[in-house]
Design a protein around this ligand. Structure first.
Ligand code: ADP
Ligand code: MG
Length: 650
């Protein structure tokens, strides 16, 4: 490994890990060791490959480690290939690793993910054995991440403290043109952007990331990149690399790149679609329905197991996508609602309805697309339409979990998905094994089992418009949970049944769950706190001075006009409006600063509640008035780049 790396210019190596910040961390060491006689040799020991010992106390541990209990280990993950990271003045051998505390708890996002993949493999194999499959040794969960992002000219980025520090604009009036013309999605990619994309893709190929798709997204200056799917562990590592390369390459093209879930109000934010399936080590996709799914018992079993998992654990799935950032998206009619439901499409929906009542006997076929123009080729048509509004949709031969936020790691969502599906497969395998042992016909046992699961789980199936008000009412009638914000969604993590579930499949210990709960509560508070402080700063030190200066100019104009013997009707009205708005704005900033200064008592969760109910609302109130001032103050006096400029100058 050392020779390979050095031949390619590497001078250093590093253990790359994913602490619970949701980012990656690395510490570099050189291959050079002094020999004591004034010389040095190049060496890389087995121990250095397998194990590292970074200080664990400076990463969030959610209470797992106190500051003085610093010892942490990184452990080589041989299932995620090492790679060489080139930089202008040298190269580094990067070794993907897991990150654990001295006491053995997972301090990262990789360890629980790997544990969940093992849990699922074990249960899925039991089911496969029932179908007579003796050759598969492992079942691998697969994942393909479609990543959305924004690109803004870097000059604007540097002039906006909010974008620079929080990745989100906390002020900005709606531009005259937003995304209403729907002229951006799949539009021609601007030249500077395509040059940037090609550069990123070339770098990603060198790192072994199989990127494939690129296009314009719905919002102005929004784009998407998607790789070919891989096993969930590798796909998660690679998504982190995709984000890093996109972020780091932007500056060379005079751009800034954002993954934030809502960088700009009033237009779509960024998410990532987490495509999920399960496959055997012999290459069989277990969620591939084939041509006649009604006849494909094995497919039906795996598909129904996923449906059962989502129906049984919607709150666990919901909490994996919870963050202060993602609260702006979920349920905002651009991303799926916070209600977890499944879209199957007409063909599968029909089959599941048949299965519920008795054995399924037919599959709706798509037929041929008749275009009515003889020069165009005919092509086979899908049996059902797509549905963008569903958080969890069956798309051909995989499920697509679409509620994940643009800046989030997909490790959490996949860890939970794998675990709840493992629990479902365990239930299925246990029931079928018992039935077969009791002499029941396997097919009969499957039919009975699937029918009973569907009766219970069908409440989660929904093919209609997930954005509509009717669905919110209907979902409430069906008893589906709807946690509209992060703070409401978090408590499930520390519930007893959650600890039992994750304990049973050895994915998270109770302590590890508690630490995640603490980190998520703290993360919520910190995010809103930073945004609120930026709002107060920009309001008081940038917007207010500009508005007052302009107010002075208008006052002078009013006086001069009067002195010239002309009635200053327009300027006087503007002056009154300005003075009144400046007054309200000042009060709103005071109020925000007051709310920020208040010491919240109670638990971390109480603290998060306080930030949701007080600080966040006070911050939003300041924004409304700041944005109103933007529409009143002269463009040449306004101190910040506007949405009109940032989003449309490409
Ligand atoms: P769309 O925009 O239509 O949703 P894309 O083609 O942009 O689809 O992305 C689909 C993603 O799903 C890709 O990353 C693809 O590799 C991935 N994918 C395809 N098959 C599987 C599978 N069996 N398991 C996981 N992901 C898959
Ligand atoms: Mg998609």
């Amino acid at each position: 490994m050392k020779d390979w790396a050095i031949e390619r210019g590497a001078t250093h190596f590093t253990h790359l890990f994913q602490p619970m910040t949701g980012l990656t961390a690395e510490k570099h060491d050189s291959f050079i060791s002094p020999t004591g006689d004034g010389k040095a040799i190049v060496e890389f020991s087995g121990k250095e490959l397998v194990q590292g010992e970074p200080d664990a106390s400076s990463f969030p541990s959610g209470g797992l480690r106190a500051t003085f209990e610093a010892r942490g280990y990184t452990a080589w993950d041989p299932t995620s290939p090492a790679f060489i990271l080139e930089s202008p003045n040298g190269a580094t051998l990067v070794i993907p690793t897991a990150f654990l505390s001295w006491t053995g708890e997972a301090l990262d996002k990789k360890v629980p993910l790997l544990r969940s993949m093992e849990a699922l493999s074990k249960q899925a194999l039991r089911v496969l054995r029932l179908f007579g499959n003796k050759s598969a040794k492992r079942v691998i969960t697969t994942c393909g991440v479609e990543q959305e992002y924004f690109l803004i000219d870097r000059n604007y980025h540097l002039l906006r403290p909010d974008l620079l520090n929080a990745g989100r604009s906390v002020f900005g009036a709606s531009p005259p043109k937003g995304q209403e013309l729907e002229d951006q999605y799949f539009g021609t990619i601007p030249e500077r952007v395509i040059a940037y994309m090609a550069d990123c893709e070339a770098q990603l190929y060198k790192l072994g990331v199989p990127v494939k798709t690129r296009h314009n997204e719905v919002a102005p200056s929004q784009y998407e990149i998607a790789p070919i799917f891989e096993d969930s562990n590798l796909a998660t590592d690679h998504n982190m690399l995709v984000m890093e390369v996109l972020r780091n390459t932007a500056a060379s093209y005079g751009l800034a790149c954002y993954f934030h879930e809502k960088p700009f109000a009033g237009i779509n934010g960024s998410g990532k679609h987490n495509n999920f399936s399960m496959g055997t080590d012999t290459g069989e996709n277990l969620l591939n329905p084939g041509d006649n799914p009604h006849d494909n018992a094995q497919f039906l079993v795996f598909c129904v197991a996923v449906i059962r998992a989502v129906a049984k654990y919607p709150e666990l799935l919901r909490v994996t996508v919870a963050s202060a950032h993602n609260d702006h998206r979920l349920g905002a009619n651009e991303a799926p609602p916070a209600i977890m439901s499944i879209f199957l499409g007409d063909m599968l929906q029909d089959i599941m309805e048949q299965v519920e009542k008795g054995p399924a006997t037919s599959t709706i076929q798509g037929g041929t697309m008749e275009i009515g123009v003889s020069v165009l080729p005919k092509f086979p048509k899908d049996a059902g339409d797509r549905n963008r509004t569903s958080p969890f949709a069956f798309t051909g031969n995989k499920f697509e979990f679409r509620a994940v936020g643009g800046s989030q790691s997909v490790a959490g969502p996949n860890t939970v998905l794998n675990t709840i599906v493992a629990e479902s497969l365990d239930f299925v395998a246990t029931t079928l094994e018992a039935a077969v042992a009791a002499g029941k016909d396997l097919n009969k046992a499957i039919q009975d089992l699937l029918s009973s699961i569907l009766k219970e789980s069908k409440k989660v199936l929904f093919n209609g418009d997930g954005y509509s008000e009717e669905w919110h009412k209907e979902a409430a009638n069906r008893g589906l949970p709807n946690h509209r914000n992060t703070v409401d969604s978090l408590p499930v993590i520390v519930r007893k049944d959650t600890a039992e579930l994750f304990g049973k499949y050895k994915v998270y210990t109770e302590k590890e769950l508690e630490s995640r709960f603490n980190i998520l509560c703290e993360g919520y508070v910190k995010t809103i706190s930073v945004e609120a402080k930026l709002t107060a700063f920009m309001g008081r030190n940038q917007i207010l001075p500009a508005a007052i200066r302009y107010q002075g100019q208008v006052a002078e104009a009013v006086n001069a006009t009067k002195a010239a013997g002309v009635e200053p009707a327009g300027s006087l009205e503007l002056l009154k409006n300005l003075a009144a708005t400046v007054g309200e704005f000042t009060k709103a900033i005071h109020h925000l600063e007051h709310e920020l200064g208040h010491e919240a008592a109670g638990t971390v969760h109480d603290h998060a509640k306080y930030f949701r109910d007080k600080v966040r609302l006070a911050m939003n109130a300041v924004r409304v008035l700041g944005d109103k001032l933007e529409t009143l103050v002269a463009d040449d006096v306004w101190p910040l780049p506007t949405y009109r400029e940032m989003l449309f100058i490409k």
